[in-house]
Design a binder for this molecule. Structure first.
Ligand SMILES: *[C@@H]1O[C@H](CO)[C@@H](O)[C@H](O)[C@H]1NC(C)=O
Ligand SMILES: *[C@@H]1O[C@H](CO)[C@@H](O)[C@H](O)[C@H]1NC(C)=O
Ligand SMILES: *[C@@H]1O[C@H](CO)[C@@H](O)[C@H](O)[C@H]1NC(C)=O
Ligand SMILES: *[C@@H]1O[C@H](CO)[C@@H](O)[C@H](O)[C@H]1NC(C)=O
Length: 499
């Protein structure tokens, strides 16, 4: 073949590619700006190779609605979200418009028809939730009064706290109908389960495991096991469970050992987990479940007091046990590689007692914080590092990260494959080669995103509680999609003839 005949065919190929691209992108554009609220996002996922921008469309709408209810004293430092949205080229995010709507104090409860997510919560007896915190209500009182934060039973501190996600989510639902509590309207509790998108199971599974999994006195079965058995029985008897086989149920089991007995029977539900390390893939997976951050144990460093590159003398910080089974072998090897380096700080032991303060200081004085796989792929160390604005170095090949559809962790974390990390000199060469300018960019990003990892009551826009609900809302559409598809041929022929 001659050169001449080859050229036009090449040209034709490019022309077709370009016009196909234009066709697809314009139809996607049209779809996005037409009535998106009636189209499940999973549909977009099928059309778009990269569905990122579509996912944020409902999020943005709800956020602007929410802002109407914010009082002026709530700081609107929602930098993480607004930068991401502007990066995506959404014209809707105009911060000056946002600020205009901040004048009024919220005096009405969230409107359930406007919320991103309507949640029905079972009235489980208090022994499943606040009773585990030694709270006792009056006769027939299932829930504490959350109007006054000082009356809310406190969650136990120390290591328990890292898995307290169940507590924050339940409190947020309880407060969602109180007009005086200022919080985002992402989620609203409804009292009629037929009107709910999601059914919430208010069992404090992590606390039950932490406090009651050991046999006491003459017990034959631990309280934790007994509660799980009762919970399974309760759910199997409910119409709400039978309706969709539990697929629209939300169960929080953040401690890797919580729900150990019940998880198999309840595997159709959506779980809120720390990671998938101790779950078989058919029971828990990233398709249906949600990864939530640990509640960090160290204090969040205030943005204005955060030490900069030159004010952090330690290059690399690690705290924790050195010897671990399972995926943690890399720890040992790294320890021997790094232990003699002057600017590397390896500490042993747990964070009990004064440990948390020391870790706080250590991380806040370090440029990089090591996050190594241990018994499980995840640990609260990552979230302690983020709260300390210490750039996390993640060496955990199986780790799943919270809100990753929304957050680009590569902007504020360094990922290293385990196989590379244990090569002599590899890690330190890599970290020492990172320039002050590059590090500072990551540090700035950390300060922007840190609020996505904060659990608090009342919840604030974009904090961990709000982010979890938004993640649930994303899953909701894909659950509906699958449910509707499955129903296509459900109607029996006699049913149709009768009409
Ligand atoms: C999706 O977008 C992200 C961030 O903009 C980009 O890194 C990634 O390569 C994209 N993926 C595809 C399949 O286009
Ligand atoms: C935002 O809106 C204000 C007024 O509505 C306008 O003056 C400003 O230029 C807008 N900013 C952007 C980034 O579009
Ligand atoms: C508690 O509930 C029971 C059963 O529904 C009822 O008989 C009793 O009067 C209730 N007690 C109070 C104080 O409302
Ligand atoms: C619950 O909602 C469904 C559907 O909207 C409605 O048919 C039903 O009457 C409601 N039940 C109660 C007790 O209000």
């Amino acid at each position: 073949m001659s050169e001449k005949s080859r050229l036009p065919s090449k040209f034709l190929f490019y022309l077709i590619t370009i016009s196909l691209f234009l066709l697809i992108s314009s139809s996607v554009f049209l779809l996005q700006y037409s009535n998106t609220s009636f189209t499940p996002s999973s549909v977009f996922k099928l059309i778009l190779l990269n569905g990122t921008s579509v996912y944020f469309e409902p999020l943005l709408k709800s956020r602007q609605k929410n802002l109407l209810f914010l009082p002026s004293e709530v700081p609107l430092v929602d930098a993480g979200i607004s930068t991401t949205i502007s990066e995506l080229g959404c014209e809707n995010s105009n911060s000056s418009k946002k600020l205009e709507s901040l004048g009024k104090k919220k005096t009405i409860a969230c409107d359930s028809t406007q919320a991103l997510l309507r949640v029905f919560m079972y009235e489980l007896p208090s022994e499943f939730h606040f009773g585990l915190l030694d709270w006792k209500g009056k006769e027939n009182q299932t829930w504490p009064n959350v109007k006054n934060p000082s009356h809310i039973p406190a969650y136990p501190g120390g290591l328990n706290l890292q898995h307290s996600i169940e507590y924050w989510l339940t409190l947020d639902l309880l407060s969602s109908s109180l007009p005086t509590v200022v919080r985002p309207c992402t989620v609203v509790r409804v009292h009629n389960s037929s009107q709910a998108d999601v059914i919430f199971v208010p069992f404090f599974a992590s606390l039950s495991y932490n406090r009651h999994s050991k046999l006491r006195g003459k017990e034959k079965v631990s309280v934790d096991k007994k509660l799980q058995e009762e919970l399974v029985q309760y759910l199997m008897g409910r119409d709400e469970w039978k309706r969709k086989g539990g697929k629209d149920h939300l169960i929080v089991a953040h401690h890797p050992n919580s729900m150990l007995d019940a998880r198999k029977k309840l595997g159709s539900a959506m779980f809120v987990l720390a990671d998938f390390g101790r779950y078989p893939a058919e029971i828990a997976n990233i398709e249906k479940d949600i990864i939530a951050p640990y509640r960090h144990l160290v204090m969040t460093v205030h943005s204005s007091k955060s030490a900069s590159f030159n004010e952090r003398p330690i290059l690399l910080y690690f705290r924790g046990a050195i010897y671990r089974k399972d995926g943690g072998k890399v720890r040992q090897e790294l320890y021997y590689l790094l232990k003699d380096e002057k600017d590397v700080y390896f500490t042993f032991g747990s964070v009990r007692g004064n440990g948390i303060n020391k870790a706080s200081q250590g991380m806040a004085s370090s440029k990089f914080c090591l996050n190594l796989a241990g018994d499980t792929p995840s640990s609260n160390r990552l979230f302690d590092a983020i709260a300390s604005h210490c750039v996390p170095v993640i060496i955990s090949d199986e780790i799943e990260l919270p809100f990753e559809d929304f957050l680009d962790y590569s902007q504020f974390c360094i990922f290293v494959h385990s196989a590379d990390a244990i090569k002599k000199g590899y890690l330190l060469n890599l970290l020492r080669g990172i320039k002050q300018e590059t590090w500072t960019k990551m540090w700035e990003k950390l300060k922007e995103v840190v609020h996505h990892f904060e659990y608090q009551y009342p919840s604030q826009p974009g904090d961990a509680v709000d982010m979890i609900w938004q993640a649930v809302a994303h899953k909701k559409t894909s659950i509906q999609f699958k449910f509707h598809r499955k129903k296509r041929y459900d109607r029996s022929t006699s049913d149709i003839r009768a009409k």
